[in-house]
Write a protein that binds this ligand. Structure first.
Ligand SMILES: Cc1ncc(COP(=O)(O)O)c(C=O)c1O
Length: 356
């Protein structure tokens, strides 16, 4: 089976972990600090704050932007559930608006209509590694005095007009094992705002700057130096990883003919966390996925149920109709695009997909 994702764990990652173990300093320490510095450089921002996961990064980024009880945050339903859950953790309410069929991302034209007196922020999700229409979203945010918290969990290294994901608002990244840069588990918050970075660092560590003096209610959302050591090595590989993903996506796009393939608009630097086709025209997506699996091709469905249709979410947001997201949830299949695919793997994927 050609797996959908395959974390790259080389000698350098193993060596880096052994060095941390030998040092005896396992919790957040010098490697985490170095990882933060390097991550900030990669995103072209002043600060990066390491966290225990993408979910905790989102949660803290919202809190640090003063989002809480009674507030509304506009976001996409076509995402991993952590985006919406992080809004709920703060006591705020997610307001879902539909997506643009061409990009799978939140449709800026629909965002403005969803704004109410309670709206405090927009959370765009750069799904599959494709940056949202940030100029349009930034214009809306400026006009209505809203914060932007970017869910860039799938988009490390992605750009719009050369500007990196995570540098348009408060950026949130995941370093989960299958992500383009991984640390096993982990997350990162990126910002140019000194005070906001400071609040995130406090929230991460029980509201503490001086040992055992607690200035605010906080959490233990720290990263371990074991994870940071892996992440540091992976960051050095990012350019190479991204180039390989782009080459793989290009190869698939130029040879797949049987289904709708993903297109990228001018000016966007897609990093292909996922390569996602659409099985449309009344064909059965689940049968197609099974046919691919039977041919030895790993697949993923991201995501089969949009956030607004998850059972517990319906109790919170009521009956909402978001036809584009609902349609795409029934059509999408993600195919392997990871950097470790061989030419034979790509040939096998193309052959199997073109037989659908
Ligand atoms: C779009 C999106 N948001 C949030 C998350 C949450 O990240 P983590 O799994 O590191 O908590 C993920 C990770 O899968 C994601 O893909």
């Amino acid at each position: 089976m050609i797996s959908l994702s395959k974390p790259y764990i080389g000698e350098a990652e193993k060596q880096a972990v052994m060095e941390v173990l030998d040092s005896g300093m396992l919790a957040q320490g010098p490697r985490t600090a170095r990882f933060e510095e390097r991550f900030a450089q990669v995103c072209g921002v002043k600060h990066a704050v390491a966290t225990s996961s993408g979910t905790t990064a989102l949660h803290m980024a919202l809190l640090a932007n003063d989002i809480g009880e009674g507030d509304e945050v506009i976001t996409t339903p076509f995402t991993f559930i952590a985006s919406a859950n992080s809004i709920l953790f703060t006591g705020a309410k997610p307001v879902f608006v539909d997506i643009d069929e061409a990009t799978f991302n939140i449709d800026p034209a629909l965002v403005e209509r969803a704004i109410t007196p309670r709206t405090r922020a927009i959370m765009p999700v750069h799904l599959y590694g494709y940056v949202c229409d940030m100029p349009a979203l930034q214009a809306i945010a400026e006009k209505h005095n809203l914060r932007i918290i970017e869910d860039a969990c799938q988009a490390v290294g992605a750009t719009y007009q050369g500007k990196a994901a995570g540098s348009f608002g408060t950026g949130c990244f995941s370093l989960y094992a299958t992500k383009n840069v991984m640390a096993g588990e982990g997350g990162m918050i990126t910002t140019n705002d000194d005070a906001l970075a400071d609040r995130c660092r406090m929230l991460r560590n029980h509201g503490m700057k001086r040992r055992y003096y607690h200035e605010m209610l906080g959490f233990n959302f720290r990263m371990t130096d074991l994870c940071a050591a892996i992440g540091l090595v992976q960051l050095d590989r990012l350019e190479d990883f991204t180039a390989k993903r782009r080459a793989n996506a290009h190869a698939l796009n130029s040879r797949i003919e049987s289904v709708t393939t993903p297109k990228v608009k001018e000016g966007y630097g897609h990093v292909w966390h996922q390569y996602t086709i659409r099985v449309n025209g009344g064909r059965d997506r689940d049968a197609a996925a099974k046919q691919l699996n039977d041919a030895g091709i790993g697949t993923g469905i991201f995501y089969p149920v949009p956030a607004h249709q998850q059972e517990y979410m319906r109790d919170i947001v009521g009956a909402v109709s978001l036809p584009v997201a609902e349609k795409l949830a029934k059509e999408v299949i993600s195919l392997p695009v990871h950097p470790q695919l061989s030419q034979d793997d790509l040939d096998a994927i193309v052959t199997a997909v073109n037989r659908l």
